[in-house]
Design a protein around this ligand. Structure first.
Ligand code: UDP
Length: 339
């Protein structure tokens, strides 16, 4: 049985991935410094899997701490999530973002190499495309110029992994470029737990529906899109978690050290902000107050994925209908608010 280290495994996507890995027969070891998470989702993952999951509250930037985890567990592979992820904050605190996101990834790679290498999945983002000229975005779509330090750390880490696998034949990598992950686990035991005012659309919608926020602002109604609001590709977090399992399975099956493949992880279906809000209201039979507002700085007009490569080579595809995802997002919000 393979043992997979999940860095940032207490977080939103990490905890869902832990559950899917256990379901697929992997042992998981979780490390997280809890800088942007508590143990709610980890406890949820334990309840869902019926397992106690080894957890270390450590910072991946600390090589010694990471070494102790590798000494205790026979790590065969890593899924690296541990990173800061708020675009606005990254503009205000660029050094903090570069230092944390790059150091943590470099340290994980160093320690993995010192322990004989292995397979690694890097958590990247569709933000690397910027506004593509041609849609949907394929993996060959040129990366755009990063418009904020967060996005730049994703590009740099992609480059680090690409170069590292070329130089170190004991490493094999897959880069997953996530589109817009949303939703929660069907059990409502895991979901997104944003701190403070949510930056992302769906947590803002669910908090507005719950009465925590007065009104949702729709950023931009004058885009060149059918209803004037921006288009995105919203991917269910459970589907996204399964993509990580598929990526690992691909690497263990193919066993091609020195390779680093890139896959888009989305649904391939664009939805506008307004459509998403309306679907949320319809499926949950609830009203969400919204108003049109100006465009948010740094936002692109439209981006969605061509997922053919992941469909074919990872034998993965998005399965959960967006209505179901939005029902789960609301069930999770109600659960954490005791509604
Ligand atoms: N958005 C919005 N109101 C909000 C949050 C987001 O209208 O309170 C819009 C945002 O401008 C973008 C889309 O929703 O067009 C998705 O934003 P999100 O921050 O969730 O993800 P992004 O695509 O920026 O990574």
């Amino acid at each position: 049985m393979k043992t997979i280290l999940i860095t940032g495994g207490a977080g939103y996507i990490g905890s869902h991935t832990a559950v899917e890995l256990v379901a697929a027969g992997y042992q998981v070891v979780v490390v997280d410094n809890l800088s942007n998470a508590d143990t709610t989702c980890l406890k949820g993952a334990e309840k869902i899997t019926g397992r106690s999951l080894p957890f270390y509250e450590i910072d991946c930037c600390c090589k010694e701490d990471l070494q102790t985890v590798f000494k205790k567990h026979p790590i065969d592979g890593v899924i690296h999530f541990a990173a800061f992820k708020a675009v606005g904050e990254s503009v205000e605190k660029p050094l903090m973002y570069y230092k944390n996101n790059l150091t943590s990834f470099l340290t994980v790679l160093e320690v993995l190499l010192e322990n004989g290498g292995g397979n690694i999945v890097f958590s990247s983002s569709a933000t690397v495309y910027g506004q593509p000229d041609i849609l949907p975005a394929t993996e060959d779509t040129p990366r755009g110029v990063a418009t904020n330090p967060y996005g730049n750390t994703k590009q740099i880490c992609e480059d680090i992994l690409t170069d590292a696998v070329k130089a170190h034949p004991t490493l094999q990598g897959i880069i997953l470029r996530y589109f817009n992950p949303i939703g929660a686990h069907p059990s409502a035991l895991m979901g997104e737990l944003p701190r403070g005012v949510p930056n992302n659309l769906v947590p803002f919608i669910t908090q507005t529906a719950a009465g925590v926020r007065d009104v949702l602002q729709i950023f931009g109604s004058d885009y060149n899109t059918p209803d004037g609001t921006a288009l995105r590709d919203y991917i269910d977090v459970n589907d996204l978690a399964r993509a990580h399992v598929s990526a690992l399975q691909k690497m263990y099956t193919k066993n091609d050290p020195g390779s680093c493949e890139i896959y888009n992880v989305g649904t391939g279906q664009p939805l506008s902000v307004l459509e998403l809000v309306q679907k949320f209201c319809a499926v949950n039979n609830i009203k969400v107050k919204y108003k049109m507002a100006g465009r948010r700085q740094g936002d692109v007009e439209a981006v969605w994925a061509n997922t053919s490569l992941a469909n074919k080579h990872l034998q993965w595809k998005a399965e959960v209908p967006v209505e179901e995802t939005l029902a789960r997002a609301w069930a999770w919000e109600k659960k954490i608010r005791d509604l």
